[in-house]
Design a protein around this ligand. Structure first.
Ligand code: NIG
Ligand code: FE
Length: 419
């Protein structure tokens, strides 16, 4: 089955020669085709160009084609959300009220709230229920235009519950048309029963969790919350080292709460990405330049916790690439809406719409190891894209924040029917 979309007002983020990422100045140059067409074949993008479509489609051929007239509408590649924690049990709006009343994220965590609160709920929740809740979130982000997503464990904090979370993520892969990339985050917080014995917990992550996760092939990447009050650089170093021996490349939380050294230890292990980066100075920028590590910012968390925003202008000016993800989680970013993330990028980080679009597409794909197949409109890539409602320009996407500008979702070459 093929889909032919004609009269596309503007086909956004087109690549003739696909690149694995876009960095520095190039982030502000977005390639598009005005008045275009796009053709899929099976699950992949076959071809695209400027109207008129060059081959007349005979009556017989029409059988195998789904024709869509996109007059007045645009086509975007699906968003690639490279950092989420969207498998979780329940919600934590009680802490939201605590925050409104003035408590900080770290104070809430110290009182046994935060990640430990989610770990307790996850422990008490059956796998089937976790799947149902996560599917609801996946369906929601899919309708906002996300076509590939990374999902972390990290609310288990025991061998049994970390494996339970990763099994849930594996099952979601078979249930959702959204491409899912699993990451093991055993060292997300120190569980209550290990209070005062952090080193022993780290030993357990290394000697028990990592081998079992690897034995069942449950995760592609390994993450550590390397920050003030959570895990130190030395602990992160040990965990990443162990993970790499089992074939899990690093992809870590770094520099959210302080100049924690997380960026440096990530780069040391050739991490695929270092994420958060609210605390990024000249030294950190220098350390990232010329490496294969994607700096990833999470505007949702900075917004929700009212933290400092990463110095993105400085990073791009220095020649770095930047990816942007939702961090969808119950504690610091309870939304996976990538259209809102685009708006925040432009408003809060002063990113140009072109830069922000690169950050949520090709650079997000890179940060999941998926840029060969996802993240742009290119021949041979997976046919993951969406058709917008009628909109005046691609800049309208971040500008008109809050509403859903995606009208029709196509994943793996198939039109998705809303649930
Ligand atoms: O990315 N920073 C660590 N982890 C999550 C928050 C998780 C939570 O509070 O439940 C984050 O912000
Ligand atoms: Fe996170």
């Amino acid at each position: 089955m093929s889909i032919l979309i004609t009269n596309i007002k503007e086909l956004v983020q087109v690549e003739e020669k696909p690149q694995s990422m876009v960095f520095g100045k190039a982030m502000s140059k977005l390639r598009t085709i005005k008045n275009g067409w796009l053709l899929t074949e099976g699950s992949r993008i076959k071809d695209f160009g400027t109207m008129p479509f060059p081959f007349p489609i005979s009556g017989e051929e029409k059988e195998g084609f789904q024709l869509i007239d996109a007059s007045g509408k645009m086509v975007f590649p699906s968003f690639c959300d490279s950092h989420t924690h969207l498998v979780y049990a329940g919600s934590r709006e009680i802490e939201y009220i605590d925050k409104i009343r003035g408590l900080s994220y770290e104070e809430i965590a110290r009182r046994g709230g935060g990640i430990l609160n989610s770990a307790k709920r996850l422990h008490e929740t059956h796998e089937d229920e976790l799947i149902e809740q996560a599917m609801g979130r996946l369906n929601e982000i899919m309708m906002f235009g996300t076509g590939a997503v990374e999902i972390k464990s990290g609310y288990g904090l025991s061998v049994e519950d970390e494996l339970k979370m990763l099994r849930v993520i594996r099952k979601l892969k078979g249930l959702s048309p959204v491409k899912i990339v699993p990451t093991f985050l055993g060292a997300h917080a120190v569980p209550a029963e290990y209070k005062g014995r952090q080193e022993e917990f780290v030993d357990m992550v290394i000697s028990e969790m990592i081998p079992q996760v690897a034995a069942d092939n449950l995760a592609d990447y390994i993450d550590v919350f390397c920050d003030r009050g959570f895990f130190t650089v030395e602990e992160t170093d040990r965990i990443l080292n162990a993970g790499m021996k089992y074939g899990m490349r690093a992809k870590i939380h770094a520099n959210e709460l302080d100049f924690s050294g997380g960026i440096q230890v990530g780069v040391k292990y050739n991490a695929l990405s270092v994420d958060h980066l609210e605390f990024t100075g000249d030294e950190e920028i220098e350390c990232l330049l010329g490496t294969e590590t994607m700096p990833t910012i999470l505007p949702g968390a900075a917004f929700f916790l009212e933290m400092a925003y990463s110095p993105v202008r400085k990073m791009i000016k220095a020649g770095l690439p930047v990816a942007m993800a939702s961090d969808f989680n119950p504690g610091s970013s309870p939304s996976g809406n990538m259209q809102f993330i685009l708006s925040m990028a432009c408003i809060k980080y002063r990113m140009l719409p072109e830069e922000a679009i690169h950050a949520v597409t090709i650079n997000g794909a890179y940060a999941m190891g998926l840029s060969e197949d996802f993240g742009s409109i290119a021949r041979g890539k997976i046919a993951n894209f969406f058709i917008t409602k009628p909109i005046p320009s691609y800049s309208f996407m971040p500008y008109a924040y809050g509403s859903n500008k995606a009208e029709q979702i196509i994943l793996n070459g198939k039109v998705i029917q809303p649930a």
